[in-house]
Design a protein around this ligand. Structure first.
Ligand code: BTN
Length: 262
């Protein structure tokens, strides 16, 4: 089914909704390969093979969450693309905030791009970049938000939550979807002004679940502990360690709180 988000300028103007897909990222990639324009959005009620970061799967029960992917065709250098993941996290965080602010539950971002409610993960983002002749051809921003879930598979039961579990009342997946893309457009425009996060850094820090907290940096070159201090204009996590300040790039490295997930 085709749809169009009314309140945005370009994100989700051309929307394609499916009852079931393997993965919205995969479908968005197919559409992009066939020439789908910047802002094309794919949504699904259920995913049979939802993909997470680091080759993990994403639990995608029918009607429980938001499963969606956006095609972007930004005219920026390839090494800037990973910052769009943080831009997306800001958009989701702000959209959830707008949706549930009267409930005294606030979303935070666990660097680089997980959204947490009361210390548990409510949203994951998978950004995939595809290049042609060394330049960005398109980027797929895949967003999964747990909305109505009341339970989770055993392996994530301790760390995952849903909006409904935290605020105890029904929320609309359609409304959150609209709010996410409205916010995304706003943050994306700000990002494109400088092609980095210098104008968004301060706001990101306010949304950060890690700032001032002890973290373990799971670097393949060797794990270490430190205190997260915020992000740089390039989106790296600043970590104070006994050996001095380190700048952690998203990608292969992940970060855990030393007392739990955040
Ligand atoms: C993560 O591991 O935190 C990222 C999860 C991303 C899941 C979303 S759901 C919609 C889109 N389609 C996919 O197959 N994955 C992303």
């Amino acid at each position: 089914m085709q749809f169009s988000i009314e309140e945005t300028k370009w994100a989700g103007k051309a929307g394609y909704h499916y009852e079931v897909l393997d993965s919205t990222n995969k479908k968005a990639k197919e559409l992009a390969e066939a020439g789908a324009p910047h802002g094309t959005l794919v949504t699904a009620d259920e995913q049979l093979a939802g993909v997470g970061r680091r080759g993990r799967s994403w639990s995608s029960e029918p009607g429980q969450g938001i499963y969606m992917s956006l095609v972007l065709r930004p005219d920026i250098a390839t090494d800037k693309a990973s910052m769009l993941t943080l831009v997306s996290a800001m958009a989701v965080s702000k959209a959830i905030y707008e949706m549930i602010k009267d409930c005294n539950v606030y979303p935070f971002i666990k660097w680089p791009n997980d959204i947490v409610l009361r210390g548990k993960k409510v949203c994951g983002i998978l950004t995939e970049m595809f290049t042609k002749a060394g330049a960005i051809d398109y980027i797929i921003i895949g967003i999964g938000v747990n909305v109505h879930n009341r339970e989770f598979p055993e392996d994530i039961a301790q760390t995952a939550t849903s909006i409904e579990l935290e605020i105890g009342e029904g929320v609309s997946r359609e409304r959150i979807t609209e709010l996410i893309w409205m916010q995304f457009e706003r943050y994306y425009d700000i990002f494109m002004e400088t092609e980095d996060l210098s104008l968004l850094q301060e706001e990101y820090q306010k949304m950060s679940a890690n700032k001032g907290r002890k973290v373990t940096v799971l670097d393949p070159a060797g794990e270490y502990e430190g205190t997260a201090r915020g992000i740089t204009a390039l989106g790296e996590l600043i970590v104070d360690t006994p050996e001095g300040q380190k700048y952690v790039s998203a990608g292969e490295v992940s970060v855990r709180g030393i007392y739990g997930y955040v």
